[in-house]
Design a protein. Structure first.
Length: 398
C-alpha cells in the first residue's frame, strides 16, 4: 500500500509533519466493523481496553510538527501491536493475542463459539494489520530520507492496576525500548531524564492542552467554559459505514466511517484530525448527554470515590507524576520491536502511560483536563528531549 493512496483504507488517518518525529497511535480506536460486530458480546462491544483519549492528550505535540498515524479500528478486532506470527512478546506472562478473545482481566469478549478462526484472523490481518504496518514503514522511510533519521514514538495507555498482567501499581510513565535494542542509548536516556524531571513548567504544552477542544458525538451544544471540567468520550460504535468517496490524499481526513450510529450514540474518542488532537467542532464541544453523564459520575462518586480498582488511584500526587520505569513490565510491543532499527537510523520508543495521570480509570472513561495538564507537560518535554537527542546524534539543530 502506498502512503500517497489511502483509498479503501478509511480506518487509517495519516497527518504528515515536518520533523523527524513520528507518533503512532495504534490502540485509540473504538470501531468494530459491521462484518465483525455480531460475534462480540456486550463486554467486547464496550471495548474497555482502549487507549482512551490518546489523540486529545498528544495534541500538545502540534508545535513539534510530528507525523501522526492512527487507526479508528478497535484493538479487539485486531491488535496491530502484536506479533502476527503468534509469538508472545512477553514469554511466560499473561498477554492478549493478535485477535484477542478476552479483556486484560481475562473476561470473554465474544459470544460463545463466535471466536475468530484461522481464516477470519487471516482476513483481519490482511484488511487492517498489514496496511497499518505498510503505511508506518513507508512513512518512517520517508521521514528518514528527509531528515537523515526518524524517531518513532508509540503512544499507549493502560489502567494502573491490572493484576492479570502485572503486580501492584504501574508507574505513570512506562518506557519501552526492547531493552535498549530499538533506539540509540542517548535517545532512551533523554526520554528517561525528561520523565524524571517532569514538565510542569512547560508552558507551551499547558497552553496546547487547555486550548484543545474535546472530541464529542454532539457538536451542537457549546462546551463548558472551564477547561478543568471532566469530559466523557462518546459511546463506542459497533458498526461503521465507509464514506462513498474516501480521500486518496496523505493529508488528515475528517471522514472516519460511521461517526453517526443512532443505536449507540455514535462517535469515537478519536477525533477527526483536521489538526492533530483537535476535532472539527471549533469552540463547540460536549453535548447535553455527555454533560449529564459526567454530572452523574460525580454524584455517584460523592464522598465514596470511584467504584472500581483504577478509580481509587484517579488523582496521582505531583511527586508521583514523575514516577517512571524503563523496560519494566512493558518493553515495547511489536511496533517498537519491528520498526525500531537504530542501525538503519530509525529509533523507536514506546510510552505506556497509566490512565490515572489524566482521566478516570473506569467507565465512562472521563477525561480530566485539570489533572492532565502536568502529565501533558511532561509528555511534551519527553518529545522535545527525544528530538534534541536525535539532533545531537545526527548533527542537526534542535
Amino acid at each position: 500500500m502506498s502512503a500517497t493512496d489511502l483509498h479503501g483504507y478509511t480506518f487509517l488517518d495519516l497527518k504528515p509533519g515536518d520533523s523527524p518525529l513520528v507518533l503512532s497511535i495504534p490502540h485509540g480506536g473504538t470501531d468494530i466493523p459491521s462484518d465483525s460486530a455480531g460475534a462480540f458480546n456486550e463486554t467486547g462491544l464496550a471495548v474497555p481496553d482502549t487507549d482512551w483519549w490518546m489523540a486529545r492528550l498528544y495534541g500538545l505535540a502540534d508545535d513539534l510538527k510530528p507525523t501522526v498515524l492512527q487507526t479508528s479500528v478497535s484493538r479487539y478486532v485486531i491488535d496491530v501491536n502484536r506479533d502476527p506470527s503468534g509469538v508472545s512478546l512477553y514469554p511466560g506472562q499473561a498477554t492478549t493475542a493478535l485477535c484477542p478473545t478476552t479483556t486484560f482481566d481475562g473476561d470473554p469478549i465474544y459470544r460463545p463459539g463466535a471466536e475468530p478462526d484461522a481464516a477470519e484472523i487471516a482476513r483481519r490481518r490482511a484488511r487492517y494489520f498489514d496496511p497499518y504496518h505498510a503505511l508506518l514503514a513507508e512513512t518512517l522511510a520517508a521521514v528518514r530520507d528527509q531528515h537523515g533519521y526518524a524517531l518513532l514514538y508509540d503512544c499507549h495507555s493502560i489502567r494502573s492496576v491490572v493484576p492479570r498482567l502485572f503486580d501492584g501499581v504501574l508507574p505513570v510513565f512506562n518506557i519501552g525500548t526492547n531493552s535498549g535494542a530499538s533506539c540509540a542509548p542517548e535517545i532512551e536516556a533523554a526520554v528517561v531524564e525528561a520523565c524524571a524531571a517532569g514538565g510542569r513548567s512547560d508552558a507551551s504544552a499547558q497552553m496546547s492542552l487547555s486550548e484543545s477542544p474535546s472530541p464529542s458525538a454532539s457538536p451542537k451544544t457549546p462546551s463548558p467554559s472551564s477547561s478543568s471540567s471532566p469530559e466523557v468520550p462518546p459511546s463506542p460504535s459497533a458498526s461503521r459505514k465507509s464514506p462513498t468517496s474516501p480521500s486518496s490524499s496523505r493529508k488528515s481526513r475528517s471522514d472516519y466511517p460511521g461517526s453517526e450510529n443512532p443505536s449507540t450514540g455514535g462517535g469515537s474518542p478519536i477525533p477527526a484530525l483536521t489538526a492533530f488532537g483537535r476535532d472539527d467542532e471549533g469552540e463547540e464541544g460536549a453535548g447535553r448527554d455527555d454533560e449529564e453523564r459526567t454530572a452523574a459520575v460525580r454524584d455517584d462518586q460523592g464522598e465514596k470515590g470511584a467504584g472500581r480498582d483504577g478509580d481509587r488511584m484517579a488523582t496521582p500526587s505531583l511527586d508521583e507524576l514523575t514516577s517512571h520505569t524503563a523496560n519494566g513490565r512493558f518493553k515495547g510491543g511489536y511496533i517498537t520491536r519491528h520498526h525500531g532499527r537504530p542501525d538503519q537510523d530509525i529509533h523507536a520508543v514506546q510510552m505506556e502511560l497509566a490512565l490515572r495521570a489524566y482521566m478516570l480509570e473506569a467507565p465512562p472513561w472521563t477525561y480530566d483536563p485539570a489533572k492532565a495538564t502536568d502529565t501533558a507537560s511532561t509528555l511534551h518535554a519527553v518529545l522535545k528531549a527525544m528530538l534534541a537527542a536525535g539532533a545531537r546524534l545526527y548533527g542537526g539543530s534542535t
